[in-house]
Ligand binder design. Structure first.
Ligand SMILES: [Zn+2]
Length: 466
């Protein structure tokens, strides 16, 4: 018992040394890194879709918050986003922006595994690895740096972003220097494991998550390993020492750690049925009807809807509702389905229930507002759209819906401006400028002028990357 205690103390003090020895990061000041982080965010947003579904984003942010609470002090605001991308990857970008691909979330089998990946990425942030690497590569220009970094962190080989950004051969060399080194990966593992345990997650999540990723490369049968393996070198070695570190660490085991398996399953159902390409989503049709859980039934209904098999979809939505008993997600999805099928009465009923059961879910409120608009209740709809926009300010759909409603009601200036926002968030330059100019031509009051100015500032940041 004593020796066990001693060895875990030793591990903990080793970890503390890692955590509190201040790494040298003279290459990039905090302010510079913040600027870089913001540019990088816009760059990714301009090339990828982010998942904005509150069920997904809130779940991931809850895990992130739990880990954030145990981090040592650091100069950044940590933010986490989910990228709609099927390659298995996660990465820490400058200034505390962390990104997870949908493909990675789908492969994790427990919340601890997902939390472990997040904790590892957070450790790159707290250790300020990126600032060290920028020094290593002696970089000069922040704007180009954002592009080169994308090549290094996103795994441009597998994401296609490399071509989109035209990362040249010189940039390629720089990108290699910016990649996290094997030493940094080990450091992030050690610190990440410590964060994971302090946040009261199952400690084995760390090596299990790596195992899933490695398995995937064996199963896929292709020559290209998951992007995560390219952006996080030394997977095999890392698994070995993580296992031995875990075994020495006194920490909650599976039974005592607090995780929520059903929440992960709900998120995975949505990611697979709704936010993955159809060939992946179609796996729901292969499940035998007798083996379908409530969640699977809902997943299958969503896939049938995507395949335009409306009558079949109806049957499965109905089945899933009977199965689930007052769960807002089932009402929300049924409501969205009936809205798209043009059955507004039914849709409204389901969406109203969904909003009552979970007022925080703004996607349900958004569709409820769309039904109200379709029924001609414009004032109520506009009020709801605006309240959705406060929580999802970067949603093209919401801007477009509100813009159309305002335009129809004679408020052409705001209508055009919301269209401009919608197209900006869709990364469509010509349409953005077209609607901006239309709004500009109508601007009369000082308030309208200031709205235009606010838009222009946002637009200026983005158009550089188009
Ligand atoms: Zn890493």
């Amino acid at each position: 018992m004593i020796s066990f205690f001693k060895s875990s103390l030793l591990v903990i003090s080793l970890i503390l040394i890692v955590l509190f020895s201040s790494p040298s990061h003279a290459g990039l000041s905090v302010e510079e890194e913040k600027e870089l982080g913001q540019k990088f965010y816009i760059l990714l947003q301009s090339n990828y879709d982010f998942v904005k579904d509150p069920v997904v984003t809130q779940y991931v942010r809850n895990i992130a918050d739990r880990i954030k609470n145990v981090l040592p002090s650091h100069p950044f605001r940590i933010r986490i986003n989910v990228i709609k991308n099927n390659s298995i990857n996660a990465f820490a970008a400058p200034a505390g922006y962390v990104y997870l691909n949908t493909g990675l979330i789908l492969k994790m089998q427990s919340e601890s595994e997902l939390a472990a990946v997040i904790a590892h990425e957070f450790a790159h942030v707290t250790e300020r690895h990126l600032a060290q690497n920028v020094e290593r590569s002696k970089y000069i220009n922040i704007a180009t740096l954002a592009g080169v970094l994308a090549g290094a962190l996103v795994g441009a080989q597998t994401s296609g972003l490399g071509q989109a950004l035209a990362v040249g051969s010189m940039a390629g060399g720089k990108a290699a220097a910016l990649k996290y080194s094997r030493d940094q990966e080990q450091e992030a593992d050690r610190a990440g494991l410590w964060y994971l345990v302090k946040a009261n997650y199952d400690k084995t999540g760390m090596h299990h998550s790596l195992k899933r990723i490695k398995q995937e490369s064996l199963l896929s049968g292709t020559n290209s390993p998951p992007a995560y393996m390219l952006t996080h070198p030394g997977l095999g070695k890392r698994m070995n020492y993580l296992e031995s570190m875990e075994s020495q660490l006194q920490a909650p085991d599976k039974e005592n750690s607090q995780t929520n398996k059903s929440s992960l399953q709900r998120v995975q159902m949505l990611l697979k049925s709704k936010y993955s390409p159809l060939d992946i989503a179609n796996s729901y049709s292969k499940i035998n009807n007798k083996e379908l859980s409530c969640l699977d039934t809902l997943g299958k209904a969503i896939v049938l809807q995507r395949r335009n098999q409306i009558e079949e979809a109806k049957k499965y939505f109905q089945k899933s509702l009977e199965c689930s008993k007052k769960d807002f997600l089932y009402y929300r999805e049924a409501g969205i389905f009936y809205f798209k099928a043009g059955e507004f009465g039914k849709s409204y009923k389901f969406l109203k229930d969904a909003v009552e059961l979970n007022p925080r879910d703004k996607l349900a409120l958004f569709y409820k507002a769309k039904v109200l608009a379709a029924k001609g209740k414009d004032n109520k709809a506009a009020k709801d759209f605006r309240s959705v926009l406060k929580v999802m300010p970067e949603s093209a759909d919401v801007h477009y819906s509100l813009g159309r409603l305002l335009g129809q009601n004679g408020n052409k200036f705001d209508g055009f401006l919301h269209f401009a926002y919608a197209y900006m968030f869709l990364n469509k330059k010509e349409n953005t400028e077209y609607y901006f100019q239309k709004a500009e031509a109508l601007a009369k009051t000082a308030k309208q002028q200031s709205k235009l100015k606010k838009f222009e500032e946002k637009y200026k940041l983005r158009k550089k990357y188009w």
